[in-house]
Design a protein around this ligand. Structure first.
Ligand SMILES: [Zn+2]
Length: 54
């Protein structure tokens, strides 16, 4: 649903956080972030597990 605001927070030491209604956008952004800043490949499933209601 559109009203379902979700968020994903990275490591507290990193401080990265994204909030969006668009799950796809969150997944894409977090995957790019993990790759660029942590040199880590994160799967769609892993991002979904990190997702919380915002
Ligand atoms: Zn991070």
């Amino acid at each position: 649903m559109e009203e379902n605001l979700k968020k994903v927070e990275c490591d507290p030491a990193c401080g990265f956080m994204i909030k969006s209604h668009d799950e796809k956008e969150i997944i894409e952004t977090v995957r790019q972030h993990a790759k660029r800043y942590h040199k880590k490949a994160v799967s769609e499933k892993e991002v979904k597990e990190m997702m919380k209601a915002a």
